[in-house]
Ligand binder design. Sequence first.
Ligand code: UGA
Length: 441
Amino acid sequence: MRVTIFGTGYVGLVTGACLADVGHDVVCVDVDEVKVEGLNRGVVPIFEPGLEPMVKANHAAGRLRFTTDAATAIAHGEVIFIAVGTPPDEDGSADLRYVLEVARTIGQHIERPAVVVDKSTVPVGTADKVREAIATELLVRQVEVPFSVASNPEFLKEGDAVADCMRPDRIVIGASEPGAVEKLKRLYAPFNRNHERIVVMDVRSAELTKYAANAMLATKISFMNEIANIAERVGADVEMVRQGIGSDPRIGWHFIYPGAGYGGSCFPKDVQALARTAQQHGIDPRLLNAVESVNEHQKKHLFELIERHYGGKLKGRTFAVWGLAFKPNTDDMREASSRRLLQQLWDAGAQVRAYDPEARHEAQRIFGERDDLVLCESANAALIDADALVVVTEWKPFRSPDFSRIKRALRDAAIFDGRNLYLPEEVEAAGIAYYGIGRGR
Ligand code: UGA
């Protein structure tokens, strides 16, 4: 099928590559000329395992092309995806500026029938706005082109994006016209093998499904972080509690890891946006507000542990920080807990030596040159002349370090483990003070 995708960010690029990989003919549009030019040379601007070879192979095979020419791209697609960004507005609600701009562009150029699909995470009711924007432009042009607007939210996780896209656990199709449903079912048929993964529903339910999924996952995390804080005070170990509850299939093992708080481009933004939607409809979103405020508090918790250990005297100290990305296997630092921690350490007059396997350049871009930050080439280099080690992201290479080496390198021999990667006894046996999240120490 002929597919057009607006936006070559995470969602658009991964979707485009995966659809091309199963044989569809995909054209991706972006306003960023440098990015488009790079993509046509096989340069993938984000770090995402498996994405670059997939983009290169499908581009070479002629099934995946990149352009800034919206008119030609619109003429190409029988299915046209909108996968542009929806950054939070001042009040936390999703800013639909880019989505509606694309909708107007589609209305200005569309000549043949097409299904327009919202793939960006957009508030309930957006499909109606997109339909209206297209229809208005058609009216201005005084032409009639049949089109329908569907919602097909994306559930991929950064770091696992290609795998999630190729083997989705569900494909949500929100559409009312049977023609649109059939078309999207055909598009996704290659991903719908072995058992039925496609869930068809009305547009508004599909839009809400996306927010409900992310808000539920964020709720699990905030819940566990609250349990961790209780565990810390009552002298229990939340890691034991986690193991004690996860085996109940009604609770499950996923997303019950306490830590330094959730970050990324989705959870913080989506929880806020859903709360705003609730408020706009006269509902007080008590739970969603709590999920967000627990997370805000949790992002500061590591610093509180550090501050307590040093009796508030952090001026002149140096901290090795392992992990800057908001989670492993990505170079993304949007809403990352590391950013809050670094700022707090700097405000307290401390120095930071940080290492992240992928986010170094992103950190350089965000923080620029500053005297109180050294971005190191390796985990060991970060330890040099540091008082203590703070682990913020659970990258695999950080999981089993040589504790005796750490002990020798650090001035004060203390580890603040923001992701509960280590066994407290093992760290303490090496003569290092250990602080985890919700572990009574
Ligand atoms: C999230 C969802 O997991 C995807 O299903 C969704 O499609 C995506 O948002 C989106 O809306 O586009 P993502 O933001 O890539 O994916 O990352 P997650 O793996 O969900 O992690 C989010 C944050 O939660 C990270 O900071 C992670 O460290 C934290 N987390 C996760 C915890 O603190 N504890 C956990 O148990 C799990």
